[in-house]
Design a protein. Structure first.
Length: 138
């Protein structure tokens, strides 16, 4: 699948995700998340069957990766649910979270994975942080 299609899928899904979180009227996220995870499970099982992956057991690395992704997804979703319920604006919560994650992952990429911090990447991070600050200030 072309990268552009994948990127558009991620962007569209992110927009739908944040709008659904902000507009949800549930008093707690638990039932909503159970429905979301059931939907994701059904889609995932269908894709595993279609791809031929359903005939094998997951490797140890797949179990670990799946568990970490599941815990992280749960934290992200419950966190945004309560951020939005506590009055955070849609733009501020998602921008601050995204810029913070980006900056931390840039540092992890450099320190742990040996990725290069180029001048243009440094400027991009600085601009992203500046933009987030301006958005939050209104």
């Amino acid at each position: 699948m072309p990268s552009a299609v994948l990127l558009v899928t991620v962007i569209a899904s992110g927009i739908i995700y944040h709008l659904a979180q902000k507009l949800a009227v549930a008093p707690t996220p638990w039932l909503m998340l159970a429905i979301a995870y059931t939907t994701a499970l059904a889609l995932t099982i269908g894709l595993a069957i279609a791809n031929g992956d359903a005939t094998r057991l997951p490797s140890r690395a797949e179990w670990l990766g799946g568990l970490l992704i599941g815990l992280a997804a749960f934290g992200i979703e419950a966190g945004f649910f309560y951020l939005y319920r506590s009055g955070w604006p849609l733009a501020s919560a998602s921008v601050i979270a995204s810029v913070s994650v980006t900056a931390i992952l840039a540092i992890v990429g450099i320190v742990v994975f040996g990725e290069q911090m180029t001048a243009s990447r440094a400027v991009g991070l600085a601009l992203a942080a500046s933009g987030a600050t301006l958005i939050v200030r209104g």
